[in-house]
Write a protein that binds this ligand. Structure first.
Ligand code: 1OR
Length: 301
């Protein structure tokens, strides 16, 4: 499996040690965040990984007309475009070039243009291959560069790292006790950690339900409004507890609001509805059976 390979390359207990930290201003951090936001490679990072990426990225400013990547060269950096435009060229034997479309004899066919929020340079790093294209700035550009080791450690080691991160926690979650370790590992792959400070709502009564949650640390309260609009605490939730299953089991809106409580931050691991259905098959039945005991009424299905 690919995860075995990643694991070998990043050795135990490494993680952040190999990752450089380039100090940044708040303003720079905000600019990187908006530059990486549309990018699929960054979509599933948890907060810690995102913080690592932000710290490891280095600003690169280039004038127009500079070759930032040369086809065939070794891969060193992955780039995210903050501003500016760059053309992508691929050279192949026997290519028919059309200068009117921007093709260049020295560089080959113009195959794409990168602009704000786009990224490039991932292929060579992902596959340990030579650069598949040449990339030239059309205008002055502001780029954020992530070195090869950080790219592989943070973005590619995702799976094995998440498994390590969640393995012991999931083993101690009572509702998951009936699952095999392999089944828990699959859950670890798709969990997404989020933190909330005291008073912040994770879910809100009446909203559509799209996720299921496990409490990693901290505590929370489930609150319902009575007929007069008065808030009533219906349940205390602590580490290892789950919530948010009811809307998914019953296909109804959220029956309660769940809020972070206490000085310690609430950390939850979220599981999307599809993964909930796909990965929690046997557990879903147990949850449905628990509904009566937990809430005093039966699950719809
Ligand atoms: P890299 O590390 O190989 C060059 O360095 C980068 O150009 C490459 O990663 C991609 O990020 C980016 N084919 C190959 N590389 C492309 C292409 C591309 N477009 C962008 N890059 N295309 C196929 C051309 C037959 C164009 C696809 C639209």
């Amino acid at each position: 499996l690919e995860t075995t390979m990643e694991e070998d390359e990043t050795t135990p207990n490494q993680g952040s040690t190999a990752i450089p930290v380039f100090p940044k201003t708040e303003e720079q951090l905000a600019r990187i965040k908006s530059a990486i936001k549309p990018n699929f490679l960054f979509r599933n990072l948890d907060e810690e990984q995102e913080a690592d990426v932000l710290a490891a990225m280095n600003e690169v400013t280039i004038p127009a007309g500079e070759m930032i990547i040369e086809q065939g060269a070794a891969g060193d950096y992955f780039y995210v475009v903050e501003s500016g435009k760059l053309d992508v060229f691929v050279k192949r034997d026997g290519q028919v070039l059309d200068p009117e479309k921007g093709d260049k004899p020295a560089l080959g066919k113009k195959v794409a243009t990168c602009t704000e929020g786009n990224s490039f340079g991932e292929l060579a790093l992902m596959h340990n291959a030579p650069r598949a294209a040449s990339i030239i700035s059309l205008t002055p550009c502001n780029l954020w560069a992530l070195d090869r080791v950080s790219f592989r450690t943070i973005l590619l080691d995702h799976t094995s790292r998440k498994r390590r991160l969640y393995e012991s926690f999931l083993a101690e979650v009572p509702i998951l006790a009936s699952l095999q370790p392999q089944e828990r590992a699959k859950i670890a792959d798709v969990l997404e950690s989020r933190t909330f400070t005291e008073g912040e709502a994770v879910i809100t009564e009446g909203d559509a339900g799209e996720e299921f949650f496990l409490i990693e640390s901290g505590s929370a309260v489930a609150i319902k409004k009575d007929a007069s609009g008065q808030e009533i605490v219906v349940k205390q939730l602590v580490k290892g507890d789950y919530f948010g299953e009811l809307a998914l089991l019953n296909h109804q809106t959220r029956a309660a609001t769940v809020r972070a409580e206490g000085a310690e931050k609430l950390r939850v691991a979220a599981l999307g509805e599809q993964a909930f259905t796909r990965l929690l098959g046997p557990v879903k039945d147990i949850m449905a059976r628990n509904v009566g005991e937990r809430y005093g009424f039966a699950a719809g299905r």
